[in-house]
Design a protein around this ligand. Sequence first.
Ligand code: AMP
Length: 218
Amino acid sequence: MSKIIILMGAPGAGKGTQARLLQERQGLPQISTGDMFRALKEAQTPLAEELRVIMNAGRLVPDELTARVVKERTSQPDCRRGYILDGFPRTTAQTEMLEELAGEQGHQLVAVLVDVPFGMLERRATGRRHCPICGEIYNVHFKPPAVDNTCDLHPDTQLRQRADDNPETMKQRLVTYERDTQPLLDYYDRSGRLHRVDGTRDPKAIYADIERIVMASE
Ligand code: AMP
């Protein structure tokens, strides 16, 4: 059966890195609500300004808008064989919406928690950098590029840092995660759909575990 793979985990746990690997190797599209909101917030519109305020404060975008964005994106033809959700759902209302959507689309839900102790997250997020061309994710502490602040694959391109990967916003993002998103783990666990992987290891080792889980869930 076709699957929706939900990557769960705190900010800085490495969901994006794993979602990119899954997309590359399983041929399923990566749907990142964070990426979609980051693109939307660049416009010169009242909505973009609202998103900038919310995201810089480390708060969540309202459920209604988030649900609309996800529904629209996942109704595209490339999602027919299933897809990877990175950063969604984050609230109970989003979880309920996703159950309904999965039913309508005929997909099975598989949730994977990339588990990283809270104490490690701030350093992970604040060290994170990405290539604006290919999206490759680096970390100045754990996975530095070969040449300082330059993408390995695009040597003319300077790496960038997300506006919300600063210590202050990160603190609030962790509070938001604990309050709104962590309880959802219980929900998926109770229905036997939550799988945990140790997210403190090398990304390749984490990916191997996730691939095994995805293959085994029929
Ligand atoms: P992320 O890239 O997943 O860390 O998301 C960055 C920011 O986008 C979050 O801190 C939220 O402000 C917003 N965001 C991303 N996904 C969601 C979601 N599912 N619900 C509400 N807000 C979201």
